[in-house]
Design a protein around this ligand. Structure first.
Ligand SMILES: NC(=O)c1ccc[n+]([C@@H]2O[C@H](COP(=O)([O-])OP(=O)(O)OC[C@H]3O[C@@H](n4cnc5c(N)ncnc54)[C@H](O)[C@@H]3O)[C@@H](O)[C@H]2O)c1
Ligand SMILES: O=c1ccn([C@@H]2O[C@H](COP(=O)(O)OP(=O)(O)O[C@H]3O[C@H](CO)[C@@H](O)[C@H](O)[C@H]3O)[C@@H](O)[C@H]2O)c(=O)[nH]1
Length: 455
């Protein structure tokens, strides 16, 4: 079938590439002409494993075309996918400016029988508005709208699309359902056909639930620190119960990214508009914000008072998660800010996100590799669980650092191993090894066991 995808960001580009891989003829449109030029040169503007290769394979097969010309892209389209951004307004509600612009532009080129499918994450009622905006623009209603929310994760977006766990079709009529079925035809998956309102709300509910799991395990981790329990072992124990499940129970510095922070906020606003005051989701956000603060405070144990002045602090990991260059709402922003405000000199390294960091954090000193970042550092924070960091030679790490202090915001190292190696090591919610400081031979100014509760 002929498909037009509007927006070539993380969702639009991945959808366009994957639907062309499935055999559809796909036009991808963006109003950012630099992006379109780059794509036409065969360069993906985002880092996503396998994306550039699959994109070029389908470009060469002429199944995938990038253009800034919406009219041309829509000319023969059966399905038009909207995949533009829905960032947060100041009050947390979803900003629909891009959606409205696109709807009006679609109305200028639409032909009877076309189906407009929203992939962007939008508040309930948005597809009705899209229908209204298109109608006002084209003067008729001989088209269908549908909500097909996107559930891909960055870092595994191709796999998540080609092998999706479910496809949700929020439809208003049989035409929209048949178009969505044909679009997804080669994919073996669970298909749920429902109302547009349910599909729209399901996306927010899914993200709010996943964020809740993370904040829940982070709270449990904080309790673990007080009672001397180990959150990773605990997560395994509770995760073996199929009613709970093992995923999204990784404690750490909290969630970031372009979705959870903005979608939890938007969901709160959606509920408010519907006359319901959400209780759980605001608490999830609060725990997430607190989690970053707790991590940086851990350094106070080592360097009290004006504890960071003239200290050199290394950061490993700037992306909000591994296998992406995306830094949107990354915990790194808050951690770096905090350390710099305390007078520390911060030097960071990320295997992929450094180019983004140069743009988004121009003041931040960037290292070319982890060795350069940790060289002569008084402490190291791990903020992203890249495989590269898990494989770090701990002997080399210790030799390079001025003080062997590691605060691990992603629990990537083994606490006992770190202790044996003579590190001062703290992580999130893991058993505190009682004599972890004794091996440092007085290298550190301050020794205490802050997490053990006095009984
Ligand atoms: N990033 C994810 O992992 C993810 C996953 C699921 C859902 N979503 C949702 O999908 C939507 C898109 O997210 P994203 O991360 O891909 O955003 P993005 O910012 O990476 O990409 C959006 C693209 O749309 C383009 N655009 C904006 N207005 C346009 C217009 N009028 N015409 C043509 N192009 C236009 C922008 O230039 C940009 O390239 C959001 O609603 C988001 O919440 C994102
Ligand atoms: O156990 C966990 C799992 C994740 N995270 C963090 O949570 C954030 C989000 O991770 P993840 O969900 O893997 O990445 P996203 O690409 O943001 O994907 C989420 O947001 C997308 C946009 O809506 C949805 O499509 C996906 O289904 C949903 O998982 C990251 O900072 C992770 O480090 C944790 O701290 N602990």
């Amino acid at each position: 079938m002929n498909v037009c995808v509007i927006g070539t960001g993380y969702v639009g580009l991945v959808s366009g590439v994957c639907f062309s891989e499935l055999g559809h003829q796909v036009y991808c449109v963006d109003h950012d002409s630099l992006k379109i030029d780059q794509l036409n040169e065969g360069i993906s503007p985002i880092y996503e494993p396998g994306l550039q290769e699959l994109m070029n394979k389908n470009r060469q097969a002429k199944r995938l075309i990038f253009t800034g010309d919406l009219q041309k892209a829509m000319a023969d389209a059966d399905a038009i996918l909207i995949a533009v951004g829905t960032p947060a307004n100041r009050d947390g509600s979803a900003n629909l400016t891009f959606i409205k612009e696109v709807a009006i532009e679609i109305g200028q080129h639409i032909r009877p029988g076309m189906t407009i499918i929203t992939k962007s994450t939008v508040p309930v009622g948005t597809n009705k508005k899209i229908k209204k905006w298109i109608t006002l623009s084209c003067g008729h209603q001989q088209f269908s709208v549908a909500s097909c929310p996107e559930f891909l994760r960055e870092g595994s977006a191709i796999k998540d699309t080609l092998h999706m766990e479910r496809a949700v079709f929020g439809v208003e009529d049989d035409l929209a359902e048949s178009v969505l079925r044909a679009l997804h035809e080669p994919i073996q998956t669970n298909i749920i056909v429902t109302t547009i309102e349910t599909a729209e709300t399901a996306k927010y509910a899914a993200n709010a639930f996943l964020a809740t799991k993370i904040s829940f395990i982070n709270e449990v981790a904080n309790v673990c620190e007080g009672v001397g329990a180990d959150v990773q072992s605990l997560a395994e124990i509770i995760g073996l119960d199929p009613r709970i499940g093992p995923s999204f129970l990784q404690a750490g510095v909290g969630y970031g990214g372009s979705c959870f922070p903005k979608d939890t906020q938007a969901f709160i606003r959606v509920a408010e508009d519907a006359g319901y005051d959400l209780q759980i989701v605001p608490a999830v956000e609060k725990v997430n914000a607190q989690q970053r603060q707790r991590l940086v405070q851990k350094l106070k144990t080592v360097y009290p008072g004006h504890y960071l002045r003239e200290k050199r602090i290394a950061i490993l990991g700037l992306a909000f998660k591994p296998n992406t260059d995306d830094m949107r709402a990354s915990p790194a922003f808050e951690v770096v800010d905090f350390l710099q405000n305390e007078g520390a000199t911060v030097i960071a390294y990320d295997p992929i996100a450094s180019a983004q960091a140069r743009r988004l954090m121009p003041e931040l000193e960037l290292a070319l590799n982890w060795q350069e970042a940790v060289d002569q550092a008084d402490a190291l924070f791990v903020l992203t669980d890249w495989e590269e960091f898990k494989a770090i030679d701990l002997g080399e790490l210790k030799r390079k650092m001025k003080k062997p202090v590691v605060i691990d915001g992603r629990n990537i190292f083994n606490p006992n191993h770190m202790k044996q190696m003579g590190f001062y090591y703290d992580s999130v919610g893991r058993e505190i090894v009682d004599n972890r400081l004794s091996s440092l031979d007085g290298q550190l100014e301050y020794h205490s066991m802050p997490h053990r509760k006095a009984k």
